[in-house]
Design a protein around this ligand. Structure first.
Ligand code: HEC
Length: 159
């Protein structure tokens, strides 16, 4: 009886130790994974979609000149590498005429929610087929994007 009890206790203790050991090594593995995330981990940990879909935006004339200036500065910094201001394609389509061929709400979602657009918008998908490169999310706020649209309108001749 006594030895049987002892046997049970030892057994339970062994199971507990195993469990603790298993947890520790899992934690270590997790820590290691955190230190050197693989590219796939990064992609799943930080989905590109960061905003909510914009449902409507209002344009006004005359243009807000400050927004045009700020929008231009953002363009120089974050868009110029892939977009020309003419109708010529670079990595992405040239911007000339973009505010005429697209609804403003489409443009703002293309800027702030490109992942969503490439997934479900047929026009965005056509561009992807044409350009063969996925436009990266530039992490702009809706406010930044609105100012870029003002700059695009100015580039399209709106006063
Ligand atoms: C690394 C290249 C790259 C950068 C940087 C980039 N884009 Fe794009 N953009 C693309 C590509 C490529 C497309 C076409 C869609 C696709 O293939 O994903 C596109 C499409 C667009 C469109 C649709 C154009 C049209 O003719 O309908 C808009 C608007 C746009 N980008 C805005 C921006 C803005 C604003 C920025 C900067 C904040 C920016 N892009 C930065 C590559 C880029």
């Amino acid at each position: 009886m006594q030895s049987n009890m002892f046997g049970k206790t030892t057994f339970i203790a062994a199971v507990l130790m195993l469990a603790v050991f298993a947890c520790t090594s899992k934690k270590e593995a997790d820590d290691a994974a955190k230190k050197s995330p693989s590219p796939t981990d990064l992609a799943s940990a930080q989905p590109e979609v960061h905003g909510t879909e914009v449902k409507s935006i209002e344009l006004t004339t005359p243009l807000n000149k400050d927004w045009v200036t700020t929008g231009r500065a953002t363009y120089d910094l974050k868009c110029q590498a892939c977009h020309k201001l003419t109708d010529e394609k670079l990595v992405g389509p040239g911007w000339l005429g973009v505010t005429k061929r697209r609804e403003p709400v489409w443009i703002i979602n293309m800027i702030t929610n490109v992942e969503m657009m490439l997934e479900k918008d047929p026009e965005a998908q056509k561009l992807l087929e044409l350009c063969l490169v996925r436009m990266p999310n530039q992490n702009l706020t809706q406010d930044d994007a609105r100012k870029i649209i003002e700059f695009m309108r100015s580039n399209d001749g709106v006063k």
